[in-house]
Ligand binder design. Structure first.
Ligand code: PMP
Length: 457
């Protein structure tokens, strides 16, 4: 379908190459141009209001237009708009934020900054390699990630990501990166297998992979406590409790990618706390600054910190760092965001809404289009299927139709394949949760009708 593009849409297609977009269809349909945001809502350039059920890209945990964050950003811009941490320089916002991260993140001892989640995971892998070189284990370099995990799009982080679109056309993944199975009970469990049995089997599979590769060649395991972009996949009970001892047995680092789950999203400060994961290091971004300023952080435990610090002394320097890593604006806003989250006790607020949010999601389980309704905290997904555990062919068309229907009804949600994923601002109220769910039933039914008419089910 070709529509008459507005002037802004014409300028958009003439000037931008869009991420995660089919450039050919985009040229025909035009951009959806968002102009401003307030609370849980955004407004487009035609004056339409939408409830942002994805907090942007899982990042605006405190909603849009928070006055305190805006004031802190303005003040920091005026005082020191830029400085860096290279060569031993420092600044107060970077120190203060690192102290606050250490206070919140159990067992973490040092903080290293970058601007994005991808860069955080890039740093993680480089530090894992550096650490093992320092330890005199030059062969211990392989990384195990998971199918459907999402860790970013730079060359190494995209390789960690276990989704076909991030590899296809880019000659990825690079070597030394391996993927183990997705902990998705609905899709992966054998007939009659309990969640605990499934978890035990996955831990066994991981151990077999480590043994096959050689334990002396495996440096780290990386996982999101709850997989986000892969479709909000909550691990089965006992999963991380089963994985943890396998990693410890072979002296393998455990990296928690908290880029989505961090800062209250699951009802605890970190998803690893909620899901029973015991990381040796953590990646944080997105909600760290409420999404207002690009900033990411890698936190490492005391053992890694002392080895890495010692090695930098030995070889001359820690030869890693980004111009904008620890940007004063990001650090000042991140620091204020943590103050706000503490003052409002965002993890407690998430827990207070979780019961109703998760109950509402599961009410759609009976819809013939919903294979599984799942989630934890204020994260959720409705996996659309043609029936039971079936999958649509092609994948993604039905999800995209449903997301477009929701948009027509004033709600922004995303389709991860054919799963509709939910991640609203954590400041959302009970009434706004109602509003978020209000159009779902009708949109499911419209999508069901359309999918049947298209012969997709
Ligand atoms: N890790 C996770 C868990 C993510 O969800 C994302 C982004 N969706 C990233 C890493 C990459 O972050 P960025 O897009 O900021 O590079």
């Amino acid at each position: 379908m070709t529509v008459q593009l507005t002037n802004t849409q014409t300028r958009d297609v003439e000037a931008l190459l869009h991420p995660y977009t089919n450039a050919v269809t985009h040229r025909a349909t035009g951009a959806h141009v968002i102009e401003r945001g307030e609370g849980v809502y955004v407004y487009d350039d035609q004056g339409n209001r939408f409830l942002e059920g994805m907090a942007g890209l899982w990042c605006c945990g405190l909603g849009f237009g928070d006055e305190e964050l805006i004031e802190v950003a303005q003040a920091q811009m005026a005082k020191l708009p830029y400085y860096h941490l290279f060569g031993g320089r420092s600044h107060e916002p970077a120190i203060e934020l690192a102290e606050k991260i250490k206070d919140l993140a159990p067992g973490m001892s040092r903080v290293f900054y970058q601007s994005s989640g991808s860069e955080a995971n890039e740093t993680q892998i480089k530090l894992a390699w550096y650490y093992n070189n320092a330890m005199g284990r030059p062969d211990k370099k392989k990384i195990i990630s998971r199918v459907k995990g999402y860790h970013g799009v730079s060359i190494v982080s995209a390789s960690l990501t276990g989704l076909p679109y991030n590899h296809k056309g880019f000659d990825l993944p690079v070597d030394r990166i391996h993927h183990t199975s997705t902990p998705h009970y609905f899709r992966g469990a054998h007939e009659g297998e309990t969640e605990l049995e499934f978890s035990t089997r996955l831990a066994h599979e991981l151990e077999q992979m480590i043994l096959a590769e050689g334990p002396d060649t495996v440096a780290a395991f990386i996982a999101e406590p709850v997989m986000g972009a892969g479709g909000v996949i909550v691990p089965p009970s006992g999963y991380f409790e089963a994985i943890g001892p396998v990693l410890a047995k072979y002296d393998i680092l455990c990296i928690a990618d908290e880029v989505i789950c961090g800062f209250g999203r699951t009802g605890e400060w970190f998803g690893s706390q909620r899901l029973g994961m015991q990381p040796t290091s953590m990646s944080m971004a997105k909600q760290l600054t409420g999404g207002y300023v690009p900033l990411s952080a890698v936190a490492i435990n005391a053992d890694m910190a002392s080895v890495i610090e010692g090695y930098s002394g030995e070889i001359g320097t820690l030869g890693h760092g980004f111009t904008y890593g620890g940007h004063p604006l990001g650090c000042a806003v991140g620091s204020a965001a943590i103050d706000i989250m503490r003052r409002r006790d965002i993890p407690a607020h998430v827990r207070s809404l979780e019961g109703e949010f998760q109950r509402r999601l599961r009410t759609y389980s009976d819809n013939p289009l919903v294979g599984e309704a799942r989630g934890v905290g204020l994260l959720g997904a409705l996996e659309l299927t043609p029936g039971g555990r079936g999958t649509f062919d092609p994948v993604g068309k039905v999800g995209a139709f449903m997301a477009a229907e929701l948009l027509k009804n004033g709600v922004i949600l995303r389709a991860a394949g054919d799963s509709i994923v939910f991640c609203p601002p954590m400041t959302i109220t009970a009434d706004e949760v109602e509003e978020l769910f209000a159009p779902i039933e009708n949109c499911l039914n419209a999508t069901l009708h359309w999918a049947k008419s298209e012969g997709l089910m």
